[in-house]
Design a protein around this ligand. Structure first.
Ligand SMILES: Nc1ncnc2c1ncn2[C@@H]1O[C@H](COP(=O)(O)OP(=O)(O)OP(=O)(O)O)[C@@H](O)[C@H]1O
Length: 304
């Protein structure tokens, strides 16, 4: 299997605390990898190590088939990244910021700056100083800057931060286009599943510094886990019946009135019978299919 980015047991420890531990990532050439996790899960930490900003305490990173070392300049040149917020020379205009970056990277391609500005809808603002840009415009300028030099791999830490839903959608379309038309592989982190589910080929899920799952979107769609949803006025009492009378373990109270039961062996009928026999009122019961977001929430919160 050809992976252009692969990490093995990547760990970062600061002051005796593991920020992330044993992270194994496998990113194939030409794919979009959605790196998902709640706030504080360790996404930025992982991306800082992949982009050589931080050195792993333990483990290994392989980029384009080469082991990443502090002096791996040539391999790193093939990657573009935005970690946390992009920074600019605020007093210079957008266009000059991009020109400076081309110079710094030794990349001279006629029209690359104009094309990148056009792609990110910044042509009109090109001559304005960056300090006058909104947060979303700066985010877009950051993306223009990284795509300008046509990297083979893009590593983007929450790239849609600060954008409105329309802006987010436009970026998703742009990422998809960069991947399919230019063959650029992309790793995007997010804490919102819906932001990556429509474009990602593979999803890596991290929580509390641990990689919980790495799975293709195709597999998630095929799994489409079914569950029984129970609506009851007293979830505590109902949970007691499920655990003690029916010996069920795999269920979750999702809010004040709802419980989800993930156990294919029990029927809705058996559950309502047991609840009624034990004096638990039932507002409703039914079989449902799990959405991708439910799947994500289940594996990040349940195992926490
Ligand atoms: N320089 C640091 N020193 C010590 N702890 C840190 C440092 N940077 C981050 N952390 C801690 O490491 C953990 C992971 O943080 P990280 O920023 O990687 O998470 P994240 O998934 O990117 O979250 P967010 O989306 O909120 O940025 C957090 O508990 C954070 O407080």
């Amino acid at each position: 299997m050809s992976y252009i980015l692969q990490t093995s047991h990547m760990t970062k420890t600061i002051d005796g605390k593991d920020l992330v531990k044993d992270v194994n990532i496998h990113l194939r050439k030409g794919e979009i990898y959605g790196f998902l996790g709640p706030n504080g899960a360790g996404k930025t930490t992982v991306m800082k190590m992949i982009t050589n900003l931080w050195k792993p305490t333990e483990g290994m990173i392989e980029l384009f088939g080469e082991r990443l070392m502090p002096a791996s300049y040539e391999v790193l040149k093939r990657m573009g990244s935005i970690i946390e917020f992009p920074t600019f020379y605020e007093h210079l205009n957008g266009k000059d910021n991009l020109l400076l970056h081309c110079e710094y990277m030794g990349y001279y391609h006629p029209k690359s700056v104009e094309t990148a500005l056009e792609m990110l809808e910044l042509s009109e603002a090109a001559d304005k100083p960056v300090k006058k840009y909104s947060l979303g415009m700066k985010q877009r300028l950051g993306i223009a800057r990284v795509i300008m030099c046509k990297p083979e791999l893009l590593v983007l830490d929450e790239p849609t931060n600060g954008l409105d839903p329309v802006g987010m959608k436009k970026l998703r379309d742009l990422f998809k286009m960069l991947c399919t038309e230019y063959g650029i592989s992309i790793m995007i982190s997010s804490h919102i599943l819906s932001e990556v589910e429509s474009i990602a080929d593979t999803i890596g899920i991290i929580d509390h510094g641990n990689m919980i799952k790495e799975i293709s979107m195709k597999e998630i769609t095929e799994m489409n886990t079914a569950y029984i949803e129970l609506n009851v006025p007293d979830t505590k009492r109902a949970a007691y019946v499920l655990a003690d009378k029916l010996n069920l373990e795999n269920f979750k109270i999702t809010d004040m009135y709802h419980i989800r039961i993930y156990d294919g062996r029990i029927t809705a009928n058996d559950i309502s019978k047991a609840l009624t026999e034990n004096g638990v009122e039932i507002g409703g019961i039914g079989k449902k299919a799990e959405s991708l977001e439910d799947y994500f929430l289940k594996i990040t919160r349940m195992e926490g």
